[in-house]
Structure formats: C-alpha cells, structure tokens
Write a protein that binds this ligand. Structure first.
Ligand SMILES: Cc1cc2nc3c(=O)[nH]c(=O)nc-3n(C[C@H](O)[C@H](O)[C@H](O)COP(=O)(O)OP(=O)(O)OC[C@H]3O[C@@H](n4cnc5c(N)ncnc54)[C@H](O)[C@@H]3O)c2cc1C
Length: 394
C-alpha cells in the first residue's frame, strides 16, 4: 500500500506546489542560461521554510521529518525541469539533518539561522580528484592546531561552490585526522567556503545548471573546534547518515521528474497524429508508457519507504543497517528508470524533443546526474550485497 500522508504534509505539498508552479516553472529553462537561481526565488523558498528544513525550531528551522522533506522534494522536481532548485533544496536539507544531529550547539546557533533565511548555502564536499566512491581514499587532512584545527587538501565536483563562496556558507566535509587508522581515523566537519585559504574553481556540468559545480583548494585553512561533527576520528560512520538522507530524497525526486515528464508525454501523444492516428494509439508507444508509469510509481513508493525508515531510525525503531539497505535499494535504479522514461518522452516528441526549448531534455540531463551524485548506482549495489551476504568475502 502507498504511504499515507498526514494533513500537515498535504498542507506542505499544497503550499510548495503553488509556489513552485507559479514562481519556478516559468523561469526554469531561463536558469540554465543565467546559471543561477534568482535570489528572490531562494528568498521565497526560505519564507516557506524550505531552506535547511531539517534544522530544529530552536535554530529557526521547521525541524521537518524525512517524509515531509520528501513531499517538498517531490513538488520541486515536478515544477523545475532543470532540477536546479531541487538540488539547492535537497543538499542543505540532507546535510542540515546531519548538522542538526551531530553538530555542536555553538555551530548550530551560528550556521543554521543564515541557512534557514536563504542567505547561506550548506553543501557536502567529500569527492576529490582521486577519490569519489572510495571515501577512504581521501587525501585531505585535518590536524589539531592550537585551540582548533588546520585543514589541507582539495575537493572536486562539488555542488554549490559558487553559491557558498559568493553569498556565504560552507560545506560539510571529511578528512584524515589519524591516517594510520584508515577510515577509523577520519573526521567530519564544517568548512566555510569564505575562509582564508579556500580557492574555488568551476566546471561546466551537463545539467541542473542553475546551481554551480566546482572544486576548491584548501590551503592551511583554520577552523574552530566547534565545527567538528560528532566525535573526532568517527567521521566516516557519521557521514553516511547524511548520504542516506540525500539518497532517499533523490529517489523521490527522480520518480517525480520522470512522472512529470510522462505527463508531458501523455499530452503530446494524445494530440500528435502520424499516419492518420494519434501516437497514443500505437501499441509500441502506449506499452512503453505503461511500463515507465509502473516502474516510476514503484520507485516513488520505495523512495517514501526509505524516508519513513530514516524517520523510524531516529525513533530507535529500526537499525542503521536496515536504513542503509532500503535507501540503497531506492537509490539504485532511480536515475536509470527516470532517464529511460524521459528519453522515451523526448523520442515521442520527435525533433522538438531534442531542442533546448523542450523541458524534458533538461529533466533528462538533471536526473542523469543522480546515477553519480550522492553515491553511484554501483555503490548502491555494493551496499545491498553487503547487507545480504555480510562483510565476509566469498
Ligand atoms: C552533478 C554532480 C554533482 C556532484 N555533487 C557533489 C557534491 O556536492 N559533493 C560531493 O562530495 N560530490 C559530488 N559529486 C561527486 C559524486 O559524489 C561522485 O562523482 C561519485 O561519488 C563517484 O565518484 P567518482 O566520480 O570519483 O567516480 P569513481 O569513484 O572513480 O567511480 C568511477 C566508476 O566506477 C564505479 N566503481 C567504483 N568502485 C566500484 C566497485 N568497487 N565496483 C564496481 N564499480 C565501481 C563507480 O560506480 C563509477 O561508475 C557530484 C557529481 C556530479 C556528477
């Protein structure tokens, strides 16, 4: 049975839908040209309580549960074919969840109000030029230095670098503190991108162009002790909770983007005639439509199940392992299934489907990113296999 939403969640859905369809849909494709989300859109999102929606009320946030966060993600994905506002929403929501759970009181008091108001961006930066899926292969180091710590290294392929470096904010990141202990010696912390010693660089992404992607060099950057999340040297384990939150939101986003695209496709194939009949009457086309619709609804259910599992874990009702497993299942095919559906919708629209004016091509480029971002589909398979087989090598 599909998930049952509360009255409050339905109200959140309504208000986000109204805002997103009126303020974001009309300018979605334009954001890819200007390469930014207009500040008044971010302000509007913040006024609705969408920015870092997982921050507790005492830090100015609405302190939403994961299922409610999913409802917002679903509506943004439906309204913004470029996926830019979805990313701008999902990253702070997910990593805000981690900061809320493991951050120090001092850090939360300092950082959250600026995130919640939409002024600052909160991102995640673990990937490096030589280490992506294998987080243990990180070369960045963090060392105690006087009252605080000093960080050296680099990060690459990071979302929201320009936003945090220009308007303020920072990224949760990870580095080796005790390298001889491998992943058991890594520490997770908050790194402001406006700090002295940070040098940003930018790359041209294929999609979701309203939000930047880039990297930054970290040269002797000093951070205070209160920016450490959880215990020193335990960062590798802490980090995964943030990833899982993001992965579950991404699965709902992919389902929503795919279903929205199918809606566009349905409108088109009912109207467009070829060889004297509407395209919708050709079985080749309507069978594909049925298959995509079924798979995307399964994905949507699985995404919400993953989010519900995260909520239950916070109440101590399910284990870490259970959450990792269900989240990895939800993320595994989310990009593939959405991409396949959207690609067919583009095909049904003939040459128009291949033009920049077609919203579906932007959606395809956006959801394609999610077979990499926040963990690849191959890594999701590794997680599920590990849960099924145990850690012992066969
Ligand atoms: C648009 C976009 C935005 C991103 N934003 C961020 C961000 O904000 N913050 C951040 O930290 N990172 C970000 N990333 C980086 C993303 O998390 C990495 O691309 C991802 O983790 C994979 O790392 P990699 O690119 O180094 O590939 P690699 O880890 O080198 O992997 C290359 C390929 O090999 C596969 N592979 C690796 N190991 C195995 C194995 N054991 N078995 C089978 N296959 C394997 C991978 O699945 C992948 O297909 C972003 C990426 C993209 C595309």
């Amino acid at each position: 049975m599909s998930i049952k939403f509360t009255e409050e969640q339905e109200m959140i859905r309504e208000s986000v839908r109204e805002f997103a369809q009126n303020k974001i849909t009309p300018i979605a494709l334009q954001m890819e040209e200007t390469k930014e989300i207009p500040r008044d859109v971010i302000k509007g999102m913040a006024e609705l309580g969408l920015m870092t929606c997982t921050a507790d009320e005492k830090y100015g946030g609405p302190g939403l549960d994961a299922v409610s966060a999913g409802v917002i993600a679903e509506e943004l994905a439906k309204a913004d074919c470029t996926g830019s506002t979805c990313v701008y929403y999902l990253v702070p929501a997910s990593w805000g969840f981690l900061l809320n759970k493991y951050g120090t009181e001092e850090a939360k008091q300092e950082i959250f109000p600026k995130n919640v108001s939409g002024e600052w961006f909160l991102g995640i930066a673990t990937t490096e030029s030589d280490a992506g899926s294998d987080v243990g292969g990180t070369k960045t180091t963090i060392k105690p230095d006087g009252d605080g710590f000093v960080v050296n290294g680099e990060k690459m392929y990071i979302s929201g670098v320009r936003e945090a470096a220009t308007h303020g904010g920072g990224h949760i990141t990870i580095a080796h503190q005790t390298p001889e202990r491998g992943t058991r010696g890594m520490t997770t912390f908050y790194l402001p991108l406006t700090a002295e010693g940070i040098t940003p660089t930018y790359i041209n992404d294929l999609g979701r162009e309203g939000i930047s992607c880039g990297g930054f060099a970290i040269d002797n950057v000093k951070i205070p002790k209160h920016y450490i999340l959880g215990e020193e040297n335990k960062g590798f384990y802490i980090l995964h909770e943030g990833y899982e939150y993001a992965r579950a939101l991404i699965s709902v986003i992919c389902a929503s983007a795919g279903l929205k695209s199918l809606e566009n496709g349905i409108n088109y194939i009912k109207e467009r005639k070829s060889f004297g009949k509407p395209l919708a009457q050709y079985q080749e086309i309507n069978f594909r439509l049925s298959e995509h619709y079924t798979k995307l609804n399964m994905l949507r259910d699985l995404g919400y199940k993953a989010l519900k599992t995260i909520d239950l874990e916070q109440e101590g009702k399910v284990s870490r392992f259970e959450t990792s497993n269900i989240v990895a299942q939800a993320k595994m095919f989310c990009s593939d299934w959405a991409c396949e559906a959207i690609n067919d919708v583009m095909q049904w629209q003939g040459a128009f489907g291949y033009s920049r004016e077609c919203p579906d091509q932007a959606a395809w480029r956006a959801v394609r990113s999610f077979s990499l971002a926040e963990g690849t589909k191959e890594v999701m398979k590794m997680i599920v296999a590990r849960e099924l087989l145990g850690k012992k090598q066969y």
